[in-house]
Design a protein around this ligand. Structure first.
Ligand SMILES: Nc1ncnc2c1ncn2[C@@H]1O[C@H](COP(=O)(O)OP(=O)(O)OP(=O)(O)O)[C@@H](O)[C@H]1O
Length: 239
């Protein structure tokens, strides 16, 4: 297992946002996380990345107990993440944004090697033609691609994607999904929170459902999508 959550809980005041969540993710798997707004999905990511520490429970990554480890140490161990709202350094170019991410997350590769790795990530994410554009001038799709590229630049073993397909047209979404599928095929473990279910289900092998901070189902996507509980939660949403 690359990631193991054991009965992880987190409350904000009286609100239990993560309620004794236990989850195991095998290396190389693509896992989707779905659930209504406010179910605690982003908080679960924050717990995995170390941006938020749990009140109870244990988090294991690559066989090591990382429960109390700060976020930066987890990035260096191989936990990479894209944010729901991309926040690149707007005044830097796409390439500079990538170099910055690589120097934070990388394992201290020499600068030439780092530049080469970043160029390769730009190619894989379709951003090579935009390498010298200022991040602040990018379209939404390219901002999302840059967000994905920045996460990849930290050389993740585990890539966490937070609603990366939201707000895109159907064609844009398809091209982004193709890129994510290629990253997955390259062996990176992926956990992807997404409301655009057809995009999610075209990539992931397993789905987990969060509701009011509780994990109410984990299984094959077709099994989860057919369950009554999930259909009730998503009533009115085109699945
Ligand atoms: N730092 C915080 N302080 C207080 N409450 C918080 C904090 N972070 C999150 N919450 C609350 O925790 C609950 C879960 O939030 P979270 O962002 O994890 O949900 P989500 O499932 O990711 O939602 P969405 O799909 O809308 O992004 C919400 O009620 C939110 O208001």
């Amino acid at each position: 297992m690359i990631l193991e959550l054991e009965s992880v809980s987190k409350s904000y005041g009286a609100l239990k946002v993560t309620d004794a969540v236990s989850l195991q993710v095998p290396r190389g798997q693509a896992l989707g996380i779905i659930g209504p707004n406010g179910a605690g999905k982003s908080t679960l990511f924050n717990l995995i990345t170390g941006n938020v520490l749990p009140d109870a429970g244990r988090i294991g990554f690559l066989g090591r107990d990382v429960t109390g480890l700060p976020a930066m140490a987890r990035v260096r161990m191989g936990v990479g993440r894209s944010f729901q709202i991309p926040q690149p350094f707007e005044g830097l170019t796409v390439f500079e944004n990538l170099l910055t991410a690589a120097s934070f997350g990388g394992a201290g590769a020499p600068r030439d090697q780092m530049a080469q790795d970043c160029a390769e990530i730009l190619r894989r994410t379709g951003m090579l033609p935009r390498a010298n554009r200022l991040a602040g001038s990018l379209s939404l799709l390219d901002r999302k691609r840059l967000e994905l590229a920045r996460a990849m630049a930290t050389a993740p073993e585990l890539l966490l994607l937070d609603e990366i397909a939201g707000g895109l047209t159907e064609a844009e979404c398809r091209s982004l999904v193709d890129t994510i599928r290629e990253i997955h095929a390259g062996g990176t473990t992926i956990i992807w929170i997404e409301h655009v279910l057809h995009a999610l289900n075209s990539v992931v092998e397993r789905l987990a459902v969060l509701d009011f901070g509780r994990l109410i189902g984990v299984g094959a996507p077709e099994e989860i999508m057919a369950s009554r509980e999930v259909r009730e939660i998503y009533l009115g949403i085109d699945i």
